[in-house]
Design a protein around this ligand. Structure first.
Ligand code: AMP
Length: 289
């Protein structure tokens, strides 16, 4: 696997590929790759000639009390996994390559970042948008693949790309889950045995919401209330948010409908996990294992 560490080299390799007529896809990640990330690499593999996987633990998207320091890092392992899944090139820049000493610019999507994760992680989406804009400018891919697991992130990136006339197609890949339904996440390794067992309740609650809607229940407050009870019954969980929103605008809905996004962030012990389902988003969930 070719691992590129500098922005200049990445630009050069990407320009060569484009000149040779290769359709390039980018899969941005923070590393600690798991089946969720690899599913995105496989989607990119299907859609493009060359797949670039970026691995960059972006300090700008971590809050001061978040897990930047202890975020899992293993570039050799990640490069091997990315290659196995069909990646052609890993772009793993050092922090100084991305943020120079005089770095001074932020990309801010306004309304879509106010709620859900944005309300609890001030500056997080500025960090995400800024780094994704930079990665897109460096690699200039025809398409970039993001996971539905981070539904707000995908919506915010789609908005940024449309608003700033960026010439790239954004593709969403379905959420990949453990056999018990827990969405795969690099942060799952932080969970104790008890917390890991309790963490499956996020998916159970979302599936409860889905099935209540499927049986005709439309009252969002009622459905969210039932989901809340299920999550709160676990010893180690504390809900940060649990909402029924329009999947495009992320505004609250009082009536559930096809296309409604049920989304949650829950602390399980000290670990913050997020998950979501789109009502009637048939086939959006991939269970692995
Ligand atoms: P991260 O490394 O957490 O920044 O994630 C990189 C990309 O992988 C993002 O587009 C995430 O939405 C996506 N991703 C993370 N976990 C999953 C998952 N379980 N299923 C699908 N995509 C995922």
């Amino acid at each position: 696997m070719e691992v590129v560490r500098s922005v200049a080299e990445m630009r050069k390799r990407a320009a060569e590929l484009r000149e040779a007529g290769s359709v390039v896809a980018l899969v941005p990640t923070m590393g600690a790759l798991h089946e969720g990330h690899l599913s995105l690499v496989r989607i990119a593999r299907e859609l493009a000639d060359t797949v670039v996987v970026s691995i960059f633990v972006n300090p700008a998207q971590f809050g001061p009390s978040e897990d930047l320091e202890r975020y899992p890092r293993d570039l050799d392992r990640d490069a091997a996994l990315a290659a196995e899944a069909g990646g052609d090139l890993v772009f793993a820049p050092a922090i100084g390559e991305i943020y120079s000493a005089r770095y001074d610019t932020v990309v801010h999507v306004q309304r879509l970042t106010r709620r859900l994760c944005g309300a609890f992680r001030p500056g997080h989406f500025d960090g995400v948008c800024t780094v994704v804009a930079k990665l897109l400018n460096i690699v200039r891919p025809s398409l970039a693949v993001f996971g539905q697991k981070d539904a707000q992130q995908a919506a915010v990136i789609e908005r940024m790309v449309a608003d700033l006339d960026m010439d790239v197609e954004i593709v969403r890949g379905p959420t990949v889950r453990e056999p018990d339904g827990l969405a795969m996440s690099s942060r799952n390794v932080y969970l104790s045995i008890e917390e890991r067992a309790d963490a499956a309740v996020l998916h159970e609650a979302l599936e409860l919401g889905r099935s209540l809607h499927a049986t005709g229940e439309k009252d969002a407050a009622k459905v969210v209330g039932s989901m809340r009870e299920l999550i709160e019954a676990k010893e180690t969980t504390e809900i940060q948010y649990l909402v029924a929103v329009d999947a495009a605008t992320l505004e609250d809905v009082s009536e559930l409908a096809d296309g409604t996004l049920l989304a949650t962030a829950v602390h399980v012990g000290a670990t913050r996990l997020i998950d979501n389902v789109v009502l009637d988003g048939a086939g959006e969930t991939t269970v692995h294992g």
